[in-house]
Design a protein around this ligand. Structure first.
Ligand code: GUN
Length: 286
């Protein structure tokens, strides 16, 4: 029988710990603060941003939310980033992706103070992840690692296959698995015969955004399967990259969609914000 790895439950446990640590910090005089910038009207982004704000409230963070029109200029966003970089109340800055056409996400990210880059998207932090010496964890990959740890299966020496090579998930995911001594293969849309790779995976992480691409016959019996995908299938139902119905009888451990990786990503963002506030307080000798 497969064990379901619940991100909802794990996120709740970690958030309770973060809440306690936040209360401690507040007693020392620092309230961790997160600024979230949403540009335009993307409906999925609005939901993500609302959930991030809700998580801040749950844990006890100070938060500011900026809902900016799609017509805003890049220079105006950079001015706001600059103000937030210098704000004493804000320790983490997040620009919700994707940005409307005409705005350069990379350029805006490059303007965030790396010490406030709680998404770990700034090239400095990306470089630190590559070196394996990081302050901020890339949120989704870090959430995936927590879920793998919760299975009790060690990454060391395992065949780990990551499907997807995005800058947000696939690439940093490979680095985190490598840091724990996994043997890592990264597959993507141009990989021929994907099943030849996935069938050898003791740990399989899928982050391609293709509804139910990975079927049970593509999975090694007993594998740990982490599904980062959030897709709508033909009936409009929210599904992952993994076909849960055929995968579940084969796997050892599997994350559901929804209720798997999703709640963990935001929890890791909260963890990074707390870390950013701790770093800031240390610099200020608080
Ligand atoms: N859009 C989709 N995922 C993310 C994320 O992790 N961070 C930000 N800032 N935007 C996103």
């Amino acid at each position: 029988m497969a064990e379901i790895l619940s991100g909802t439950n794990l996120a709740q446990t970690i958030r309770a710990e973060l809440k306690e640590k936040t209360e401690e910090m507040k007693k020392q005089g620092t309230v961790p603060g997160l600024a979230v910038i949403l540009v335009g009207e993307d409906p999925a982004s609005k939901v993500y941003v609302r959930n991030k704000t809700k998580a801040c409230e749950e844990i006890g963070f100070y938060h500011e939310q900026y809902n900016l029109p799609a017509s805003i200029s890049e220079a105006e966003i950079l001015d706001l980033v600059d103000t937030l970089n210098h704000s004493e109340k804000i320790h983490g800055i997040l620009i919700q992706a994707p940005l409307p056409k005409g705005l350069d996400f990379k350029n805006i990210i490059n303007h965030i103070d790396p010490d406030k880059d709680v998404d770990a998207f700034h090239p400095y932090n990306v470089g630190q992840i590559m070196i394996g010496d990081f302050e901020f964890l890339p949120c989704t990959p870090a959430g995936v690692m927590e879920l793998i740890h919760s299975s009790g299966v060690s990454v060391e020496g395992k065949n780990c296959v990551v499907v997807g090579r995005s800058n947000i998930v696939g690439k940093p995911q490979a680095m985190l698995l490598l840091k724990e001594n996994g043997t890592v293969t990264v597959c993507h849309s141009r990989t021929p015969n994907l099943a030849d790779y996935t069938r050898n995976a003791d740990i399989l992480v899928s982050a391609v955004g293709k509804a139910e691409l990975i079927t049970g016959d593509m999975i090694k019996p007993g594998a740990v399967v982490i599904d980062v995908g959030m897709n709508r299938n033909e009936e409009g139902k929210l599904v992952g990259d993994v076909d849960f119905a055929t995968a579940e009888p084969v796997v050892g451990y599997i994350t559901p969609v929804p209720g798997g990786v999703g709640p963990m990503t935001i929890t890791m963002l909260m963890k990074n914000t707390l870390r950013a506030a701790q770093k800031w307080a240390k610099k200020k000798n608080l």
